[in-house]
Design a protein around this ligand. Structure first.
Ligand code: ZN
Length: 409
């Protein structure tokens, strides 16, 4: 059995764990040190630290304090790793805890977090997904079942002081362009709920006031939410501080490209078995600015997709110049309207796109003025035929449970 390097207690708050933190800062002390070549297990809270429950209400999704997330396990130091090196991380295996064999998917209320389609789904909603070994189903979304492409949504090394300052400066400049926007353009440091791991006293207070939020992906990786960064992957991370300081969390049982539902994929607590190695001066040797990775040798084996196109013309007919975000949104909305013809609610269809291993592609970005994005929906996740025919769609989903909804406060 590999060493359990970071152990957590799901019955206790993440704030009662000093091997967990929820901000990025160069001075957060390492909770353990390993040698290149070591393999070990790291346990992780779900990204909300147990806030979202396996129940029949979406009030927890509506009421969450988003300044508390994400709870990350780490940082882990690697002997000999120095700024400019690459940290080689093998994700040997990932799993859910036996006593916590479920996950959640939700949409944040527009007033508290929002999401990719928040104009269309402005209220908090939630679905619960149960795991049966490598498969998952939801009592709130009938007639879909798929295997998990299990992965950490968030993993990366600590930033240097210079890099942290750069992040805070450029993100504040963006916020300043529209400071009252709902949802906000970015999330500045928020000291009140910061958990700085083993930092104590005034140092911890100072670091909390400047520690970067964990929401966006950045140069170090971080919250990339890449579904293909799954067990079996090998990732090459840039190192910015002595020892690297590898932290991780936000485990997903499965996710569609884009994590469009934002709260989020199928979110779960669980464990990762890793191995680490170091490539000296790897950043310069290979011109690495952002992480690179080799995907897993195993993946859900879908051979058939129904592919939805979207172009950069918005819902009101507005023309946008090669905007892939507008184009992908249209592809997603087209897929949702299509699935509604089989009896799914809009929320059920949206949840399917956020949780199932749908692929999102940037198909064209040169044919002015329209970008083209495509959404690949695997047909085999449904237990009925979703292809178009002259007979028209049959209503397969009638009555029964729907995605949980909480009214706005
Ligand atoms: Zn997540």
């Amino acid at each position: 059995m590999p060493t359990k390097l970071i152990e957590i207690d799901l019955g206790k708050s993440p704030y009662d764990h000093d091997n967990v933190h929820n901000r990025w800062h160069p001075d957060i002390p390492m909770v353990a040190t390993v040698k290149p070549g070591d393999d070990f297990v790291v346990e992780c809270f779900d990204w909300t630290g147990g806030w979202v429950k396996n129940d029949e209400s979406a009030d927890d999704v509506r009421d969450i304090d988003l300044t508390t997330v994400h709870y990350l396990s780490g940082p882990i130091g690697v002997e000999g790793a120095e700024p400019g090196d690459l940290l080689v991380v093998d994700l040997l295996d990932i799993g859910a805890f036996e006593e916590s064999s479920w996950g959640f998917n939700g949409f944040f209320a527009k007033k508290n977090g929002g999401g990719f389609l928040t104009e269309h789904f402005p209220q908090a909603q939630k679905s619960i997904w149960d795991f049966e070994g490598m498969f998952t189903t939801s009592r709130h979304i009938p007639r879909v079942r798929f295997p998990g492409l299990i992965h950490p949504g968030l993993i990366g090394c600590l930033p240097s002081r210079e890099m942290l300052d750069t992040w805070n400066r450029r993100e504040q400049a963006l916020i300043d362009t529209d400071p009252t926007r709902v949802p906000p353009l970015a999330n500045p440091p928020s000291a009140g709920t910061a958990h700085m791991g083993r930092m104590k006293g005034d140092a911890a207070k100072q670091a909390a006031a400047e520690g970067a939020r964990t929401v966006p992906p950045r140069e170090h990786g971080g919250n990339c939410d890449i579904k293909d960064l799954s067990r079996g992957s090998r990732i090459y991370f840039p190192v910015y501080v002595p020892g690297g300081g590898l932290s991780m969390g936000d485990l997903h049982f499965s996710q569609g490209d884009g994590e469009i539902t934002f709260c989020g994929a199928i979110e779960m607590a669980g464990w990762i078995h890793l191995r680490v190695n170091v490539i000296k001066n790897g950043m310069t040797k290979y011109a690495i600015r952002n992480p690179i990775f080799k995907p897993s040798p195993i993946a859900p084996n879908f051979n058939d997709y129904l592919i939805f196109e979207g172009i950069s013309v918005d819902e009101d007919g507005g023309q946008h110049y090669l905007d892939v975000q507008v184009a992908y949104r249209q592809a997603c909305l087209n897929a949702i309207e299509y699935l509604k013809k089989f009896g799914y609610s809009g929320a059920q269809a949206y949840s399917i796109l956020g949780t199932a291993p749908v692929q999102g592609h940037i198909s064209g970005v040169v044919d002015i003025p329209n970008a083209c994005a495509t959404l690949y929906l695997p047909t085999e996740i449904f237990d009925f035929d979703i292809m178009p025919s002259n007979a028209g769609p049959t209503k397969m989903i009638t009555g029964g449970a729907d995605v949980l909804l909480s009214p706005d406060l």
